[in-house]
Design a protein around this ligand. Structure first.
Ligand code: URP
Ligand code: ZN
Ligand code: ZN
Length: 522
């Protein structure tokens, strides 16, 4: 008699995708939340409590969205009207994301990071449907914080910071960035940079205001690509001077990406992130689609950097993803209600009157996208042949896990990894290969009602989808079952992730001229 090993879950007949390979006809066995083994015909040696037939469909690692703003005050004075941990992570799992890394923001008035992090734990504990970690936004990097507190953050599993080069309440000068990067280098923290030239943006804005050009569209005019290009180049130079790895977040400009690529060619540890909206949408969306009934509606698409003007720009970003210049693909889910006086309509003199005087500078920046991130890239990237399935996995899951210190538990389908999985619907070819025993998804056009966030619009309204995550599995438990109840996980399933050092990026270890002992003698 064969004694079978007991497992909790067996996913059968999967086309397993990793960042390296596509493996057809695989079974995945899960025990105690971890992947135990992969192989063929595992039912002959395993007894499973639960079995899911993937019907030949692609199975990818659970998405790791490393740029998500949840329950973050939209500016120093105004509380967010956007998603909190409950609604944002609910939306994440319905779109195939099992890990989000969110931002605990230090305001200039915060002289210590400890209360900031404690507050963010309060906002998130017991609230999340998926696993989560924190980055720290540093806006007041005092010596006491850099020497006394960042090491403690690192020890507590918060192994990344974000720096802003723009937004008056957040931005750091070049000297402050150098100081921070020296500290993050010695600690092995990952440093994210929002790169836009603040003075260029303010200067253009003043001229637009003189001409009364203040409707949402002018937000994109005020933040031209050259502002991103210059700041990206400067951030790379600052990073090179102190030999600190950085990731340029939410890149929208192909020229800025070419700066990253040139740095990578010189073997500098420079990484880039882009987001769905920079691949699919142009700044035409900032013009009012219904000018008579709602001349302000373009505000729904205000984000920074802004959507770019031409399809050629979007093509440039697709190329950056395909050729490896872009390391991670994140949502930058940064939400505000549209129809709310503290949401996007804060940019109206009278928020109850869409014909009143607009001021794009008062509109909270950012778009929803945590639920649509995976499917937009699958549809527009993999199904069109622009990206391989392996590249999809690399940028949506494997690379963000490695870059942010989760590379040993998340982002791969391999024994010992957390059993975080996305089972897609079988494609037409996979259905045909299965002799009609499986069915593909009925295509649909997206409306906001399909989504699980708490926001009153989606920038991807009307986009057509022929596939979508059918099941999302978090540490071996089904938490999203599209045809069997939708959200089947619970608030509180998600746990805080203590992250370590990046396994993707490290300093080059070559001293700069200013740091060479022989150059430092009197
Ligand atoms: O417009 C954006 N991206 N808002 C969110 C904040 C940020 O800079 O990521
Ligand atoms: Zn940013
Ligand atoms: Zn952001």
């Amino acid at each position: 008699m064969v004694v079978k090993i007991e497992v909790d879950l067996l996913v059968q007949n999967a086309t397993v995708v990793t960042a390296a390979h596509v493996h057809p006809a695989q079974d995945i066995a899960v025990k105690d939340g971890k992947i135990l083994l992969l192989g063929q015909n595992l039912a002959s040696i395993l007894a499973a409590t639960n079995v899911i037939d993937a019907q030949g469909a692609y199975v990818t690692p659970g998405g790791v969205d490393s740029h998500v703003h949840l329950d973050q005050d939209s500016s120093i004075e105004v509380a967010s009207t956007g998603d909190n941990f409950e609604t944002g992570t609910r939306s994440a799992i319905a779109g195939g994301t099992t890990t989000v890394i969110c931002f605990a923001m230090q305001t200039r008035a915060d002289t210590s990071l400890f209360p900031v992090v404690a507050d963010y734990h309060r906002r998130s504990t017991g609230q999340a449907y998926c696993d989560y970690g924190f980055h720290i936004i540093l806006t007041n990097p005092t010596p006491a914080i850099m020497t006394g507190e960042l090491p403690a953050m690192m020890a507590d599993g918060i192994s990344s910071v974000k720096l802003y080069m723009t937004y008056d309440p957040l931005k750091l000068g070049d000297k402050e960035m150098l100081d921070v990067m020296m500290a993050t280098r010695s600690l092995g923290m990952t440093t994210m940079v929002h790169a836009e030239n603040a003075d260029m943006i303010a200067w253009i804005g003043e001229r637009l205001m003189e001409k009364n050009l203040n409707s949402p569209f002018y937000h994109s005019i005020s933040r031209p690509q050259i502002a991103e290009d210059e700041a990206t180049y400067r951030a790379i130079a600052i990073s090179e001077l102190v030999d600190t790895p950085i990731l340029l977040v939410h890149m929208s400009s192909p020229t800025a990406v070419s700066h990253v690529r040139q740095a990578q060619t010189r073997l500098l540890p420079i990484h880039a992130e882009t987001c769905p909206h920079y691949l699919f949408l142009t700044s035409a969306a900032l013009r009012a689609p219904h000018p008579v009934t709602d001349p302000f509606e373009g505000a729904k698409h205000i984000c920074s950097p802004p959507l770019r003007a031409s399809r050629a720009d979007l093509d440039g970003m697709w190329r950056g993803l395909a050729n490896g210049s872009v390391t991670t693909f994140s949502s930058d889910h940064a939400t505000s209600q549209y129809d709310h006086p503290c949401g996007k309509k804060r940019g109206l003199a009278d928020p109850s009157d869409v014909t009143s005087q607009p001021d794009y500078r008062q509109v909270p920046n950012g778009l929803p996208g945590v639920e649509t991130r995976m499917s937009t890239l699958w549809e527009g990237g993999v199904l069109t042949g622009r990206l391989t399935p392996q590249k999809f996995v690399e940028v949506t899951s494997t690379n963000p896990a490695k870059l942010y210190g989760l590379g040993n538990t998340k982002g791969a389908i391999a024994p010992g990894y957390d059993a975080d999985l996305v089972i897609w619907y079988p494609t037409a070819e996979q259905v045909a290969a299965a002799d009609g025993t499986s069915v593909s998804m009925t295509p649909f056009s997206l409306t906001n009602a399909h989504l699980h966030h708490a926001i009153d619009y989606t920038p991807f309204e009307g986009m057509r989808f022929t596939n979508w995550p059918r099941y999302t599995i978090l540490r071996g438990s089904v938490i999203w079952d599209r045809d069997g109840g939708g959200i089947v996980g619970a608030k509180g399933d998600g746990k805080f992730l203590r992250r370590g050092k990046s396994t993707l990026s490290k300093p080059r270890g070559e001293a700069a001229e200013w740091d060479k002992p022989e150059n430092l003698v009197a």
